[in-house]
Design a protein around this ligand. Structure first.
Ligand SMILES: O=P(O)(O)O[C@H]1O[C@H](CO)[C@@H](O)[C@H]1O
Ligand code: HPA
Length: 292
């Protein structure tokens, strides 16, 4: 009934991957973290690490993008048990959406309750500067408009319902917590909030596309995160996500600027420390069983 690319991994296959991981580490993570391009250093801040190369994990895809190391790292952040993806998967790498988002279901079966996603994104909002950290309050799922959604295919109710709600995709308490912590840390000058728009990539946007996305209400544009958010919400995990504005998108035909991945990775490095502090402080303050 469904084409092969839409069947993804079964509940039993996901369970087998999660059990394989649980058998090899004593860490029982309540928080799962995904590192964006150039932000893999976050995983290095975990203590008492047990790390797995993606190539050794049953059913896992491989990272193919520079700036995504390809390791799943278990450990603790200031005493809180976490699991961290040092490298994520993108549509443009050629994987079906069900494969890109598989780690969210593995997180769920490992016992994760809250997912924190980070990404590198181009700024569309003219008030944003390179180096700003944008708390994501909502998204525009452009591939979704064209019929590409990671939940297409048979629905297994053990993960979630057929028609999950997305108006509450980004947890409001966690957004407030991030704002409060950011202000305490003195990040007020570069902490923003906004709407993230996902495109398929890998080509960066044209000037006309950037202008259109901005008019549609997007503050930042990237090639990830949204599919992971949809699958994480489908299986009932709380989601917090942020974008590091690594470059300003080109909106003007007179501009000499050109988007490039090197700049993205450079900005990631230059904000790494602040980003790590924000995320690790959040982890220590997140309550579980749905309390903040
Ligand atoms: O979203 P992350 O994984 O941070 O990566 C972003 O950076 C890459 C482009 O430089 C794209 O993959 C884009 O999605
Ligand atoms: O300008 C961008 N466009 C799309 N994806 C990105 N990821 C980082 N910067 C960008």
């Amino acid at each position: 009934m469904y084409p092969e690319t839409h069947t993804g991994y079964s509940y039993e296959e996901c369970r087998a991957t999660a059990d394989w991981l649980l058998a090899q580490t004593a860490v029982r993570p309540l928080v799962g973290i995904v590192c964006g391009s150039g932000m893999g250093g976050l995983a290095d801040t975990l203590k008492d690490q047990v790390a797995f190369n993606y190539k050794d994990i049953p059913n896992f895809p491989q990272s193919t993008v520079h700036g995504h190391a390809g390791q799943l790292v278990f450990g603790t952040l200031k005493g809180s048990p976490c699991v961290c993806m040092q490298g994520r998967f993108h549509l443009y790498e050629g994987y079906p959406m069900q494969k890109i988002t598989l780690p969210m279901r593995i997180f769920k079966l490992l016992g994760v309750q809250t997912v924190i996603l980070t990404n590198a994104a181009g700024g569309l909002n003219e008030d944003f500067k390179v180096g700003d950290i944008m708390i994501i309050k909502d998204h525009l799922n452009m591939p979704g408009f064209a019929g590409n959604n990671p939940l297409i295919g048979p629905n297994d109710e053990r993960f979630g319902v057929r028609f999950p709600c997305m108006s509450d995709a980004y947890d409001r308490e966690l957004q407030q917590l991030a704002m409060d912590i950011g202000n305490e840390l003195g990040y007020g000058d570069f902490l923003r909030e906004g709407v993230y728009c996902v495109l398929g990539g890998p080509s960066f946007e044209t000037i006309a596309e950037c202008r259109m996305l901005h008019k549609l209400g997007a503050d930042a544009v990237g090639m990830s995160t949204v599919h992971e958010v949809i699958v994480a919400r489908h299986c009932g995990m709380r989601v917090f996500a942020l974008s590091l504005i690594t470059n300003q998108t080109v909106m003007d035909y007179d501009s000499e600027e050109k988007a490039n991945h090197e700049e993205v990775l450079e900005t990631g490095k230059s904000r790494a420390e602040q980003l790590e502090r924000l995320v690790s402080t959040m982890v220590t303050r997140i309550g579980h069983n749905n309390y903040c």
